[in-house]
Design a protein around this ligand. Structure first.
Ligand SMILES: O=C(O)CCC(=O)C(=O)O
Ligand SMILES: [Fe+2]
Length: 313
């Protein structure tokens, strides 16, 4: 496949957002997504329904927020006892990852600690969160259909949006000796969306090489996470990816994690096991247990996320 840069396929989602969307065009888009998921675990979407003005305003406000003095940012630091690191934080010094972040749960969640400064930031975050959540439902339904699951099967299984989160990050410029923004990992959730600024640095492992996902205005990067890998008994795989930091400039991104409600049992669906005579590749587990394990190991030694192999049979 020619030049490895910019080979992650891009799909126009507008056909799925209109009630009169052309069925043949939907089919073409589904096939592109299905091939991209099989080959890379990643694809990109445009015309996804999130207003471009909101995306660029949210990104500008993120840059302003992270440029504020620590004292101001720390007003939004994670509250003691919060079950997830909602609010502002910096990766621990011992971590290979070099970024500071602001993590939010759905608007109105009591664990949110959202900044009042800069003005309009909080409203923009809440607005974009709500849009991401809808885009998540659209992608989930496309995945449902091309997997051949009964209509709305994934939607009914994953019917509670209260555990979704969004993470806004500022990656510091690389130094002479290191450039890790986020070390190579797979996402633990169901579906991830990333809106990266123009700087670049997100890379996916494909056939043993790291391929850059070249930023493009208004484009969202989408990838499936460990939950989809387990539910489909590896028919779809969660891909390894990482962020490298360029020298001399900061990088910003907004990632949305379409998760599961914590009490959901995650185990391979019968459609991909008993119904086709395949043994399950994973033991069942509660989503909240996997999430807690990942968070615990990320913010304490070994400062790395635990992978889904933990539950492999
Ligand atoms: O910042 C990015 O481009 C991606 C971040 C990422 O992979 C993650 O937060 O899991
Ligand atoms: Fe990730």
């Amino acid at each position: 496949m020619g030049n490895p840069a910019n080979t992650i396929p891009t799909v126009d989602l507008s056909v799925f957002l209109r009630s009169d969307g052309d069925e043949a065009a939907k089919q073409v888009a589904k096939e592109i997504i299905s091939r991209a998921c099989g080959e890379y675990g990643f694809f990109q979407v445009v015309s996804h329904g999130i207003p471009l003005e909101l995306m660029s305003r949210a990104m500008d406000l993120c840059k302003t927020f992270f440029g504020l003095p620590d004292e101001e940012k720390l007003k939004s630091r994670t509250r003691a006892g919060s079950p997830v690191p909602a609010g502002y934080g910096k990766q621990p010094d011992q971590s290979a990852d070099k970024n500071e972040y602001l993590l939010m749960l759905p608007p109105n969640n009591c664990n949110n600690v959202l900044p009042n400064n800069p003005p309009g930031f909080r409203a923009a975050l809440e607005d974009i969160f709500t849009h991401f959540s809808k885009t998540g439902e659209v992608i989930e339904s496309i995945i449902n259909d091309y997997l051949g699951l009964p209509p709305n099967f994934l939607k009914e299984y994953n019917n509670d949006r209260s555990w979704d989160w969004m993470n806004v990050k500022h990656y510091f410029p690389a130094t002479e000796t290191e450039n890790v923004g986020i070390s190579s990992h797979k996402d633990g959730n169901a579906i991830t969306f990333v809106f990266q600024d123009e700087v670049g640095g997100l890379e996916v492992l494909w056939n043993g090489q790291w391929i850059p996902i070249v930023p493009s205005k208004g484009t969202l990067v989408v990838n499936v996470g460990d939950v989809i890998q387990v539910l489909t008994n590896e028919k779809l795989k969660s891909a390894l990816h990482r962020v490298t930091r360029p020298k001399g400039r900061s990088r910003y991104s907004i990632s949305f994690f379409y998760n599961l409600q914590g009490d959901k049992l995650v185990e391979p669906f019968p459609h991909f096991t008993t119904q086709i005579g395949e043994p399950p590749k994973y033991k069942g587990f509660l989503y909240k247990d996997y999430q807690a394990l990942r968070i615990k190991n990320k913010i304490n030694p070994p400062y790395k996320e635990i992978g889904i192999d933990y539950f492999a049979i």
